[in-house]
Design a protein around this ligand. Sequence first.
Ligand SMILES: CCC(=O)SCCNC(=O)CCNC(=O)[C@H](O)C(C)(C)COP(=O)(O)OP(=O)(O)OC[C@H]1O[C@@H](n2cnc3c(N)ncnc32)[C@H](O)[C@@H]1OP(=O)(O)O
Length: 304
Amino acid sequence: MALFAASRNTMNKTSHAVFKFLRHGRGACSSTSPSSESEFREKLRAFPGGSIDLVKRESGIAVLTVNNPARMNAFSGGMMLELEERITELEAWSEGKGLILQGAAGTFCSGSDLNAVRAISNPQDGMKMCLFMQNSLTRLLRLPLISVALVEGMALGGGAELTTACDFRLMTAGGVIQFVHKHMGLVPGWGGAARLVRIVGSQDALKLLAGAKKVDLDFGKQIGLVDDVLGPLAGEGTALQEAEQWLNQFTKGPAAVIRAAKRVVVSGRELPLVEALRTERDVFGTVWGGPANLEALARKSKHK
Ligand SMILES: CCC(=O)SCCNC(=O)CCNC(=O)[C@H](O)C(C)(C)COP(=O)(O)OP(=O)(O)OC[C@H]1O[C@@H](n2cnc3c(N)ncnc32)[C@H](O)[C@@H]1OP(=O)(O)O
């Protein structure tokens, strides 16, 4: 037990820095000055409409809904600000294990609100919007929760980018992910290209971006962008219920262990090897000799 206690004390010091890294968007993007950041927030506030809704369930699974059905769940400026607030709430949710990101009313998200896009169409504001969304989506992907984008209907432009800020993507029949940026004379700017390359590799990422190719169920599974299919093909129930069942295979069990699993994967994905190994030791120290570990030892578990 002394070993466990010592290990946890050491971890407490080192892990503080590590968890700060894992929790926040640090390292994702360079920052702007506080005054220009608050000015830009004011600009975003000038484009209201829609909401980002968060429900945290007893099961440890939260549901985050992009809610602006009159505009096919396009992201208004106000929704960008709300997304950031909801992510801060999720970062503080210590009992959480999983997250489902969905769109309201049977479709996922049609990207930026084109009314806002037209009004801030100068490069400076465009880059500020990218920085803002990159930070939020980096924090979303780094949450110590197993996250799933539930793609019903269309995920276009920024909506396609949003799907890549989750660990997994589930799709229902008729679902489409399409990086339509090329057709808008754009490339992704919310971090979607960088994440896409890590998910499907550079060859397929180039096909999706330079060809604005539609990704349906079959193509999505073939290139590894879609992890599984939901809906009539998979069984009964609403897509959200099915997504919860699907996620449950990864979230059942103690929160500390599931959150630790996500943390070691995030550090393995983002950090150079030596730092990732150090982080892995630190995270290991949070579960070694912890309640779940001691219970398993007492049970003399067999893994047959
Ligand atoms: C980060 C970079 C980006 O995200 S750039 C934005 C990329 N997204 C787009 O260009 C999507 C443009 N929209 C479309 O292609 C179509 O509206 C799609 C989503 C295919 C839906 O078509 P359809 O089913 O025929 O519906 P609809 O066009 O009548 O749309 C219903 C109402 O929603 C609106 N809407 C849709 N997308 C947006 C958007 N991104 N920004 C603002 N409004 C949007 C439509 O204008 C339409 O509104 P209204 O009923 O005419 O008032």
